[in-house]
Design a protein around this ligand. Structure first.
Ligand SMILES: [Zn+2]
Length: 127
């Protein structure tokens, strides 16, 4: 499932390659999914933090993952995507096929209502 940002989303997070110093912007949802540096390919980029305040209500993959022990998130995943928790971080569809966690995160981020629900869960957990 390709990642589709919502119209209101902005790539708001700066990441920097620790090897060559290249900097670029990513969507907050992509932070936990970053591959190697696009310039030198040598190292995993490092998040430098957010640069566009109030740009959206995205929740990073890492934050999403840390919310998986939240019953309300499991309810959302079940109702919105028709997936059932298998154990821990694994989910299956109605046919019993396992669905990658990254796909679940992307799907939730691609719908304004679900994104808002996830964001509210994240914020209620943040403090
Ligand atoms: Zn680099």
């Amino acid at each position: 499932m390709p990642f589709q940002p919502l119209p209101g989303d902005q790539p708001s997070c700066t990441v920097q390659c620790p090897a060559c110093g290249h900097r670029w912007l990513v969507y907050q949802q992509q932070l936990g999914l970053l591959g190697p540096c696009p310039v030198c390919g040598a190292a995993r980029p490092r998040s430098m933090g957010s640069v566009v305040p109030g740009s959206g209500r995205q929740v990073s993959f890492g934050s999403f993952r840390s919310l998986l022990d939240e019953p309300r998130l499991l309810t959302l995943i079940g109702q919105a995507l028709r997936l059932s928790p298998l154990d821990g971080e694994r989910f299956v569809d109605a046919q019993g096929r396992e669905v990658p966690l990254e796909d679940i995160h992307y799907a939730l981020q691609g719908n304004a209502e679900w994104q808002g629900t996830l964001y509210n869960l994240h914020m209620s957990r943040a403090h």
